[in-house]
Design a protein around this ligand. Structure first.
Ligand code: NIG
Ligand code: FE
Length: 429
C-alpha cells in the first residue's frame, strides 16, 4: 500500500477532540471539538488516515520500501479535514440567468415560480438534456467543488419529475460515483415540485412518486436518502409525510426542505420520522428548536440561498447551537437559488450573517454534515481509520478559510489519500 506523509503542518485541525491541544489561543477562541495539534504531521495509508499527531512523535517508517512513500511539506500551513457538502442539486442543465435579471428588478422567487418559471425552467432544460450532457455538467461542478476543498458531496435529483427522468438523473450520479474522486451520496427528490403537466392532478403525481419512482429507486439502489420540498408552493405536510413514510419503508434515510419561505410544520414532522437532516429553517419557531434539540436530526442551514434570494428571515443558528443541535452549513448548489460551489464562502456567511464562530462554522462544514450523511467518524474528520480527505491552507490559521471573503484559501486537497490539487503558489492572506 502507498503511504503519504504530510510534514511541517503548523496547525492540524483534526475535528477529533481526543487530540486537542489547548492553551495556544485565547480561551474564547479555543473550541476543543476542533481537535487541534500544533507542529503536526499526518500519515495516510491507501485511502485512509493511518496516524495524526505531533511531528516530533512521527513514527519511524524506515522499514518500508522508499518508493511507495510520498512526503509533502505543508510549509507551516494549516491542514484540516476535507469539507462535506450535504445539500446540493448538482445534476441539471441550462441556467436561470433570465430569472436573475427579473429578481434583480424586484420580482420574488415565488412570483417567478407562480408565473411558470423557477424549478420548472430547469426541469424543461434538464429533461431535454441527454444523460451524457448531464454527466459532463455535473462532473464540472464536482471539479469546482474539489477546488474549494469539498471531498464529500450529497447530490439530489429533482429536476426530472417523471419516473424516467428522475431515474436518468440518479443514474448520472451512480455513474459518476464509480470513478469520482469525491464520495458522492445520492438523494431522491422526486417530490421537488409538481411538474407543469401534472398541476391539475397533484394527487396523481404524489401517487407516482410513492408507487412508481420510490420502488424503482430502491430496487436499483439509486439513492441513500429521500428528500421532499415541503412548502406552500410545493408539497403539503400531509403529502410530505406520505412520501417520507414510503421512503422509510424502503430503507431510505430521510431529509426535508423545511420552513424556507413559510412555517409549515415540516420540522416537527421530520423530527417525528427520525429524519437525518432538516434543511433551510428560515422560519422555524422556538418549539421546532426544542424538538430538534431533543432529536438526532441535523439542522442544515443554507445562507447562500437566502443571500441570493435577498430573503430577510434568517434561521436562528445561535438558538440551535446553544440548545445543542448539530448544525451543518451547505451550498444548496442549484441554478435557481444558489449557483455556487464556494463552500468556504458559505462558512463566511455562517459567521457574518448567522452569528456562528469560525470554529462552529468549520464543524458545520465537516462533523455535522458527515453525521447527517450517516458517515460520522469516517469523513469530515482526520483520525486513524477515517478517509484520507484533507485540505491544505497556505496560511497559519484555519479561520482564513472564512476570513478571506469569497476567495478560495484552499491551496491543496487530498482525496482518498491521493493529491488532487497542491499549489504552492497560492498566496496566503
Ligand atoms: O433548496 N427549495 C427548493 N429547492 C432549491 C431550489 C431549487 C431551484 O430553484 O431550482 C433550494 O433552494
Ligand atoms: Fe435545496
Amino acid at each position: 500500500v502507498s503511504r503519504l506523509v504530510v510534514r511541517n503542518i503548523g496547525e492540524l485541525v483534526t475535528c477529533w477532540p481526543r487530540v486537542h491541544e489547548s492553551g495556544h489561543r485565547p480561551a474564547a477562541q479555543d473550541n476543543p471539538a476542533l481537535g487541534v495539534v500544533r507542529q503536526a504531521a499526518l500519515i495516510c495509508e491507501g485511502d485512509a488516515v493511518l496516524w495524526v499527531g505531533k511531528e516530533r512523535d512521527l513514527p519511524e517508517l524506515a522499514s518500508e520500501p522508499k518508493e511507495s512513500h510520498t512526503i509533502i511539506d505543508a510549509r507551516g500551513g494549516t491542514v484540516l479535514p476535507g469539507l462535506v457538502d450535504n445539500h446540493t442539486h448538482l445534476v441539471y442543465a441550462g441556467d436561470r440567468v433570465g430569472e436573475f435579471w427579473l429578481r434583480c428588478q424586484g420580482a420574488s422567487y415565488e412570483e417567478i415560480a407562480r408565473a411558470g418559471g423557477g424549478i420548472a425552467t430547469t426541469v424543461a432544460a434538464t429533461r431535454a438534456a441527454s444523460e451524457e450532457q448531464l454527466l459532463v455538467g455535473t462532473e464540472r461542478r464536482l471539479a469546482q467543488l474539489l477546488r474549494f476543498g469539498v471531498t464529500t458531496v450529497e447530490i439530489k435529483s429533482g429536476y426530472g419529475l417523471s419516473t424516467a427522468h428522475e431515474l436518468k438523473l440518479l443514474r448520472v450520479v451512480k455513474r459518476l460515483a464509480k470513478d469520482a474522486r469525491q464520495v458522492l451520496v445520492p438523494t431522491f427528490l422526486g417530490a421537488h415540485t409538481v411538474p407543469a403537466e401534472r398541476k391539475a392532478q397533484r394527487g396523481a403525481y404524489v401517487d407516482e412518486v410513492v408507487t412508481e419512482m420510490l420502488p424503482e429507486v430502491a430496487r436499483e439502489g439509486l439513492a441513500e436518502y429521500c428528500d421532499v420540498f415541503c412548502e406552500t408552493a410545493a408539497f403539503s405536510v400531509a403529502e410530505t409525510r406520505r412520501v417520507l413514510e414510503a421512503a422509510a419503508q424502503l430503507g431510505l434515510g430521510l431529509r426535508v426542505h423545511a420552513e424556507q419561505l413559510h412555517h409549515t410544520g415540516a420540522t416537527s414532522l421530520a423530527v417525528e420520522l427520525g429524519a437525518a437532516s432538516v434543511d433551510h429553517l428560515e422560519h422555524i419557531n422556538a418549539h421546532d428548536v426544542e424538538a430538534l434539540a431533543a432529536s438526532t436530526t441535523v439542522a442544515t442551514l443554507l445562507p447562500g440561498a437566502s443571500l441570493f434570494l435577498n430573503q430577510a428571515a434568517q434561521p436562528p443558528a445561535r438558538a440551535l447551537l446553544d440548545s445543542g443541535v448539530a448544525v451543518a452549513l451547505s451550498t444548496d448548489c442549484n441554478p435557481g437559488t444558489c449557483p455556487t460551489q464556494n463552500l468556504p464562502l458559505i462558512g463566511t456567511l455562517g459567521c457574518c450573517r448567522l452569528g456562528m464562530t469560525p470554529a462552529e462554522a468549520l464543524l458545520a462544514l465537516t462533523v455535522a454534515p458527515a453525521k447527517s450523511l450517516g458517515r460520522e467518524g469516517r469523513v469530515g474528520v482526520l483520525r486513524p481509520g477515517a478517509r484520507a480527505d484533507a485540505v491544505w491552507l497556505a496560511s497559519e490559521r484555519f479561520e482564513n478559510m472564512f476570513y478571506q471573503l469569497g476567495v478560495s484559501p484552499v491551496a491543496g486537497v487530498l482525496v482518498g489519500g491521493t493529491i488532487a490539487h497542491w499549489d504552492f503558489t497560492t498566496v496566503p492572506s
